[in-house]
Design a protein around this ligand. Structure first.
Ligand code: ADP
Ligand code: MG
Length: 491
């Protein structure tokens, strides 16, 4: 994951076109070179996502879901039971906290709930980027950091927020990594992902880790609900809209959860008559079948801290899109002198180009692609010609399009699995897919490609019933709601 969080605002020293290149050096390089155009053509074909391919991806997603529900370890998809059997009703009352550890940011939130009438009376939140060194720290260091930020936030409680005297404050803890949940308020970390390599957490109960750290800070607080971010998003969105059946997060990483009938979960060994539904956390980032991958994806995967794992996540989520583009541009610089006769040093640095950068470059509507030029200058240290900038934008579009369309196919896979079990259950009525995460929220082209794929796959009639919509901060409020639902105190 990138160490670079801010790019320099220094403008280019020369105007791009006034920088002459030494001819001799150009000729030396070009003797062994292929053209950037031919690398681009190959990229287009390797990343292509025509409808038949998307159909296969959706089909494989549905099949992997079934396999994961049948038995643990039988599929790339873990299909984790969330232990959230009762969704918020609207009667929840009082002050609750939510704490969200994603991949990039750490958020704290307080929510004052006012029952059916008042609903969400007030919310307040604070957000802190996770310091890079903590991603490689010890478990205690990471959780102490979290608890200390939480303590600072709690100190500022006041105004519309009222905690009841004598009560321990309760927290919904959103933790966006693969956890084997053992109850609503306990769960063992299976594996860090998204570049995290914190020592001493894997195999431990992350709720205990946080409760202990809060104790060390002298906080009178406890975790009432351990909530995967997608599960929180689903609970939060459903609080407002009963038709929400699926939630998808596209941020640093990606994941999806959905409402499943208990009798569709063979590995639960529930009595046939059990009935009722629960939320399943798919951990779909681990999906891997039938994806159109390039040599750049393979190289990035091989260099990652979890090679061979989280392939869907590495193809569609925010942590990786910028890095894939960087690898393509690096190849174009090396083999096709895209930026002149030398390979810019910064461009060789993994994760130096971030997904927000490629998003910004795609938004550039100026004639000379000036924004593209200045980002390339800041990030890669190069003066670029218009011709090169156009190629760069094309690479960004190619990678974003593949990501968005594959994410759309994944969503359709989930919907088809649900529909397959119970005809008419999702396609025959209004069904909402709640979306959250920085990538989905901030990258309009990605969002459009995702929606296009969903519409193409479902066809015009069915897609009228399927609403894919952003539900901002749903996961934060969802976690607070689940803390309320699972409170130790009576309402
Ligand atoms: P997390 O996944 O850590 O919980 P978010 O949901 O806030 O956090 O997502 C942050 C991620 O969203 C970033 O890592 C980045 O990849 C992506 N992102 C943020 N801003 C943009 C943007 N303007 N364009 C594209 N992607 C963005
Ligand atoms: Mg998040």
């Amino acid at each position: 994951m990138s160490v670079i969080t801010a790019t320099s605002a220094v403008p280019p020293l020369h105007s791009p076109r006034s920088a002459p290149r030494p001819r001799v050096a150009m000729m030396v390089r070009s003797s062994s070179a292929v053209s950037a155009a031919s690398i681009l053509t190959k990229l287009h074909s390797d990343c292509a996502t025509p409808l038949p391919l998307l159909r296969q991806v959706a089909h494989a997603m549905a099949a992997d879901m079934r396999a994961g529900l049948a038995a643990d370890g039988a599929s790339d998809l873990k299909m984790i039971l969330s232990f959230v059997d009762s969704l918020p009703t609207g009667d929840e009352n009082g002050l609750y906290y939510a704490l969200d550890l994603g991949g990039t940011n750490f958020r704290v939130m307080r929510v004052q709930l006012g029952g059916k009438e008042g609903r969400v009376v007030a919310t307040e939140f604070d957000q802190v980027p996770i310091p890079h060194e903590l991603m490689f720290a010890t478990s205690e260091e990471l959780f102490d950091f979290i608890a200390s930020k939480l303590a600072k936030f709690v100190e500022k409680e006041g105004g519309k927020f009222e905690s009841r005297p004598g009560r321990t404050r309760e927290v919904g803890f959103t933790f966006s990594f693969a956890v084997k949940q053992t109850s609503i308020n306990s769960g063992v970390l299976i594996k860090w992902t998204k570049g995290f390599a914190v020592s001493g957490t894997e195999g431990r109960d992350v709720v205990a880790c946080l409760n202990e750290a809060m104790g060390r800070q002298g906080l009178n607080m406890r975790v009432s609900a351990l909530v995967n971010d997608t599960v929180g998003a689903l609970a939060g969105a459903r609080y407002w809209d009963d038709n929400v059946m699926v939630a998808v997060i596209l941020g640093t990483g990606t994941n999806a959860s959905y409402v499943e009938r208990v009798d569709n979960i063979p590995k639960l060994h529930a009595p046939k008559s059990a009935g009722g539904s629960t939320i399943i956390n798919t951990e779909w980032g681990a999906f891997s079948r039938g994806l159109p991958l390039t040599e750049f994806d393979r190289e990035m995967d091989a260099a990652s801290i979890n090679p061979g794992q989280q392939i869907f996540e590495k193809t569609i989520s925010g942590m990786y899109l910028g890095e894939i583009v960087r690898r393509v541009l690096h190849r174009m610089a090396k083999d096709a002198t895209l930026f002149g006769d030398s390979i810019p040093e910064k461009l060789q640095m993994p994760f130096s180009l971030r997904t927000p950068d490629i998003c910004t470059m795609q938004q550039d509507s100026s004639k000379d692609l000036e924004v593209v030029g200045s980002i390339l200058y800041d990030v890669a240290g190069v003066n670029s010609k218009l011709e090169s900038r156009k190629i760069v934008v094309d690479v960004c579009e190619t990678i974003a399009k593949r990501g968005g369309r594959l994410a759309g196919a994944g969503i359709v896979g989930i919907l088809q699995k649900m529909e397959g079990d119970s005809k008419g259950a999702v396609f025959g009525k209004r069904t909402v897919v709640a979306m959250d995460g920085g990538l989905y929220e901030h990258y309009p082209e990605y969002r459009r490609h995702l929606q296009d794929a969903v519409t193409e796959l479902l066809g015009p009639e069915i897609s009228k019933n399927i609403i894919v919509q952003h539900s901002k901060d749903g996961s934060g409020i969802g976690a607070a709601l689940l803390a309320a639902t699972n409170s130790i105190y009576p309402h």
